[in-house]
Structures are given as structure tokens and as C-alpha cells.
Design a protein around this ligand. Sequence first.
Ligand code: NAD
Length: 496
Amino acid sequence: MAPPKVFKNFINGEWVDSVTGERFENRNPADRKELIGLFPKSGPEDVERAVASAKEAYKSWRLVPAPKRGEILFRAAQLLVERKEDYALDMTREMGKILTETRGDVQEAIDMTFYMAGEGRRQFGQTTPSELPNKFCMTVRSPIGVCSLITPWNFPMAIPSWKAMPALICGNTVVMKPATDTPLSMCHLVEVFEQAGIPPGVVNYVTGTGSGVGTPMMTHPEVRVVSFTGSTEVGRHVSKACAETFKHSCLEMGGKNVILVMEDANLDLAVDGALWGGFGTTGQRCTAASRVVVDKKVYQDFVSRFVARARTLKVGNGLDPSVQMGPLINESQLNSVEQYVEIGKQEGASLLTGGSRLSGGEYDCGWFYAPTIFGDCHPRMRIAQEEIFGPVVSVIPCDGLDEAIEIGNGVIYGLSSAIYTQDVNNAFKTMREMETGIVYVNASTIGAETHLPFGGTKQTGNGHREAATAALDFYSEWKSLYIDYSGKLQRAQIDT
Ligand code: NAD
């Protein structure tokens, strides 16, 4: 048997082992027999080296003209285009989601990289009249310094690119950490940076656990910015750690997204939306539609169609093109789904389909669970309140739009929501009233585009947004410039 492939960290432009030489395994969640590779189990000393290299590189990278930084990103995007299929295949092997979805993940990285490459020529500031004669005022964006980018496993190339590209185009340097379940996809992104000509130290990549690598990345005194995507529980720690030294933090956390189905909805469309929103990526999207609130007048019709479609979904290894839903990412996620299904049953929800692990044949080699739907859910049930992050959807009956909106907003999260209706008044009211960062009309809760801001309200986020020009606002600081060409002492009305 061939020895397992051994991967390294990328620090100061070189591929290096961790200081201790310890490693962890990366295995295929659809087939645990497949060992994808061994990755460095790094610790604080590795983070120390990575931050030192990023700090040194920042001195020159911040002075590279932004359009030139953009050219490097543009080359990186072209390399991603060339390698899209290989990277998607590897991502399905390490993360489990089906190939059409991993192609989409790489495509999001491509879109973000091209988009931010273009922003190298568009980092506009403002010019504005001064209060005083012969004085000129303007604002410019300034980079901030070393950024720690801590990422989850569910979008293992897209999410790192949403963070790295805006950080780099603004002139910052980065230390990136993948989740331990998906280090290969970030490794591919780093290879692309290297081959696109990113200078040593500008991009650093360190693999390891949350406590071993994530914690020093967010507490290191030389780190100025922390961008975190992951659970609300860990995000709370990140927020507290950053507050201590006033680091800027962007937190993208959990969700309990909702689809509202009104009595006038196109039910075929609504069922499609609930199916792909609920079971796409095995329910492991931050934007997954894990609640569907349905008007009582169409409830039975909707539920019977939804359940019938869910039963036909083919579950298996995502490399098989006929498979529609892959495995869960790991055993602990599978156990958590099992526990929530038990909770749902105890709470009195009706289990309409699924509700068990899949076993036999290939299922015994991976973390497979059946698409699961609970009906007649009360909005306060735990299965309708807490993020499950698996293929479990709670359907909640309601009386009209006002109640649907109230139920939709009745959770601690606020990432994405959707309404299915033919009534323009319902649509506009929902867009205004939903307390989510993203609202869809006659489309499911998933499918963000890179040139629109992405992020959530309440306990999903802390007010920042990723993607679009909103990301530039997070990765740069405004500098206000006053140029007095009057040649004499002038004082504004109130000196500050
Ligand atoms: P997680 O919070 O367990 O881990 C996220 C990252 O944080 C990983 O790299 C992990 O190693 C690291 N980490 C863990 N403990 C840490 C600690 N104490 N200090 C520093 N870093 C630590 O999340 P996950 O299981 O990888 O991802 C699933 C979660 O991510 C879900 O809650 C999902 O909703 C959320 N998510 C949110 C968005 C969004 O944009 N809102 C997008 C994708 C995923």
C-alpha cells in the first residue's frame, strides 16, 4: 500500500512541517477507508512564525499599488478556473458534498477572486469641500495589518476566498486556518496564490485544531484583524478574545433559516426550494432552510409533496453523478443530528420521513443519514429553534403572512429567509419585516452571489458583511486627509 500523502504548512513562502512534527488524518466522510492525507497538527509556535512572517511582509505588500495586487489575484483566479474540476473532485473527497455543489464552491472562489482583483482599480475614497477657503479634503482607504482568517469546513474554498481576497486587495497580509476536516481545499487555494506570484509571507497557511491554532491566531498581539466563520458558540469566544486588545472582528456564525409558503404560492416551486434549501449540502449550509412555515390552507398539499420528493432523494458518495445528497462531515455531526431527531420526537413533532442513520453496503463506510422531515412543529420546539446543521427540516403551520413573519423572526439567528408568494404586497412586506441579512422572493434561502453583501443579524453576525464592496470596509480603515494651500493660519470653527 502506498504511504499516505503528507502535507505541510505554508509560512513565509515555504512549505514547512509543524514545529512538533505532529500530524492529523484527513479522511473521506463518504468512505472512511480512504485516507486523503496527513496534515500538520500545528500549535502556538507555528502561529508565532506565521504571524511574524505576515508582519514582515506587510511592510512591503501594503506599498504595492492596489492594481498590481489585483494582477496577482487575477492570475490566481485564472489558475482556479484551469483547476476547477480537480479541486472540486478533491473537495467532494474531503468534505462529502456532491460534485455539482463542490464545483459551485470552487466557482464562488473564482468569482470572488476576479471580483476583488477588479477592486484593485476601484478602491475609491471621497473628495469633499472644506469649511475653509483654499483647503482640500479627501478620504483614502488604508490597510490595517496582519489578518487571522479562521474558517469552517462546509465551504472549504469559497469561505477562505471571501476572506483572503478582500484582505489582500486592501494591502493586508493573512494567516489562514482551515477546519481540521477540510485542510486540503485551503491548501489548493494557497498553491494557487504561490503560483500566481504572491510574495513570501503575504499569505500563510497553518493547519491544526481550534485550541492549538485558532486560539493563538485570535489572541496574538500582532494580529489586528480576525475574520471568523463558524458556530455561534465559538464566535462568542472569538468576540471576547478580540475585545481584549480591540482587534477588528468579523463574525459569521450560525443560522436557523426559514422559508415562508403562502396560500397563493406556486407550490411546485416552493417544494423545490424547501428540498434543495433543506437537503442541499446535507443541510450543512449556514443558509440551509431548516424551517418551513406554511399557511394552513395549503399545508397538507405542501407537506405531502415535500415528503414524497424527499423520499426519492438518492443519498451516497458525492462522486457518483446520480447521487443527490452526500454524507455528514463527521461522526460528531451525525451524533448531533441523531440527538436532535430524538428531541423532536420527544417534543411531539410528527416524524414524516427519515429519522435514522443509513446502513448497509457503502453506508457502513461513511456518515450517512436519511433526509428527515418533521411536521406539525410548534415554533418554540428546540428542533425549530436551534441550529441542527444536518438534513432535518421542521415544517410549521401558520395562519397568514403576519404570523408567518412572526414565527420566522422568532429565533436568535438572522441569516437568510425566503417567501413563496404571487402577491407583490406580501413580497415587499416580507422583505421589509424579516430580520435577516438576506431575503429571497420565490427562491430558496441559498445561493449568494459574490457582488452582494453576505452576512446575518442578531446572533448570526456582528454587523459586518462579507463579499461585495462591504468586505473592503472591514479590511481597510478610512484615513481623512486635509491639505491647506492657503499659505496662512486658518482655523475651523471648532478645532478638534
Ligand atoms: P466551528 O465553530 O466548530 O469551527 C470553525 C473554525 O473555528 C474551525 O476552523 C475551528 O477549528 C475553529 N475553532 C474551534 N474552536 C476554536 C477556538 N476555541 N478558538 C479559535 N478557533 C476555534 O464551526 P464548524 O463546525 O467548522 O462550522 C459549522 C458552523 O459554521 C455552523 O454553525 C454554521 O452555521 C457556521 N457557518 C456560518 C456561516 C456564515 O456565513 N454565517 C457560513 C458557514 C458556516
